[in-house]
Design a protein around this ligand. Structure first.
Ligand code: SD4
Length: 341
């Protein structure tokens, strides 16, 4: 765990030095940018976003790039074996394969994604390489794995014994009934028994000292999903969207509903029209309700957004959605997102 006081001091030193840097003074022609130059910030979904934000802040607080920060940040839950919904240790699909979905987007509109990637913990880093080293945006399945291995990633077993046990317990009934927010409540406590599983994702948005925003989103998807099922998380515009002129958004919850409404893109476009981050997230949630008034009562979707001024907000269908914020003032803040039900 990071020493909080030391961390704040480091950040203060770094940003006051940056205020005098040539980059800050060039951007000083634009007053808005001058304000942002001193205010890096990172936000991410759920309670486990706190640790992820701290890793991102190690980069942001020293004047690093938002793209590096979001990658480093979401790698924390990807490597955390206690987290059964992201990265290594994630619950498998119904055939016992752990398959990861991830995407990343930078302030220039570059993006990369991997879909149903197996055997590599850090799906987000593979997604970043897709963005940086290929002419494509998305690589899926075997092709994504082949690309990862060609770029130096080691082939690993992602199915941990506890997740295998949970999967085998689930197979006894093989009922697919996600339980709202159960992953957040059980985080850092006991692993869930196999008949109590759900979904969850880390989505992260960061603004760096130069005022540029990037985002990342990574998940093992819905536990015990059908083989080949892809959710919203690796789909640019659905699970994540960043427009450096306006802001960014990310989603968590039942991905099918987010894809149907192109949720994160919608949130960003609403912010462009003048909605606050929270109001934009609320409107995106309302679109889901409008399409499925009855079904939406029993499923969870949450949106998290931040505009270019560093204002943030969230809204979910169900209560219990949380997000974590980290900036110069607060290193470990958890905020309860508002909800419809
Ligand atoms: C998916 N949206 O695969 C992801 C899962 C998840 O919170 O978030 N959950 O549909």
């Amino acid at each position: 765990m990071i020493n909080r006081r030391k961390f704040i001091q480091l950040g203060s030193l770094a940003t006051s030095a940056m205020a005098l840097s040539p980059i800050a003074s060039i951007q000083g022609k634009n007053r808005l940018h001058t304000v942002k130059a001193n205010q890096p910030i990172v936000i991410s979904t759920w309670d486990f976003g706190v640790a992820a934000n701290q890793a991102a802040w190690e980069i942001l607080g020293k004047g690093g790039k938002s793209l590096d920060a979001v990658e480093a940040g979401v790698k924390v839950p990807e490597a955390d074996l206690k987290n059964v919904t992201v990265g290594k240790g994630g619950y498998p699909d119904r055939d016992g394969h752990v398959t990861l979905d991830a995407c990343i987007m930078d302030s220039a509109g570059n993006c990369g994604a991997v879909l149903a990637l197996e055997h590599v913990t850090h799906a987000i880093s593979v997604a970043r390489l897709v963005m940086e080293k290929t002419p494509h945006v998305m690589l899926a399945g075997e092709g994504a794995l082949q690309f990862a291995l060609q770029n130096g990633f080691e082939k690993e077993n992602l199915l941990m014994p506890e997740s295998e046990k949970a999967w085998k317990e689930w197979l006894e009934k093989a009922e697919y009934k996600p339980i709202i927010n159960i992953e957040n409540e059980s985080f850092n406590k006991e692993r869930l028994p196999g008949n109590q599983y759900n979904h969850d994702t880390i989505g992260m948005l960061a603004i760096d000292a130069d005022g540029h925003m990037s985002g990342a989103c990574t998940t093992s998807g819905m536990a015990f999903k059908m083989r080949g099922r892809i959710g919203d998380s690796p789909i640019i515009g659905a699970g994540l969207y960043v427009d450096d002129e306006v802001g960014g958004a990310t989603a968590t919850g039942v991905g099918e509903e987010v894809v149907r409404t192109v949720g994160s893109f919608l949130v960003v476009e609403l912010m462009r029209q003048g909605y606050s981050p929270e109001a934009a997230c609320k409107e995106a949630v309302q679109r889901i309700i409008k399409k499925k008034p009855e079904a939406s009562k029993s499923l969870q979707v949450g949106f998290l957004a931040m505009n270019k001024q560093g204002e943030y907000g969230a809204y979910a269908l169900q209560g219990g959605f949380t997000f974590a914020v980290c900036d110069q003032q607060q290193q470990d803040l958890i905020i309860k997102g508002k909800s419809v039900y």
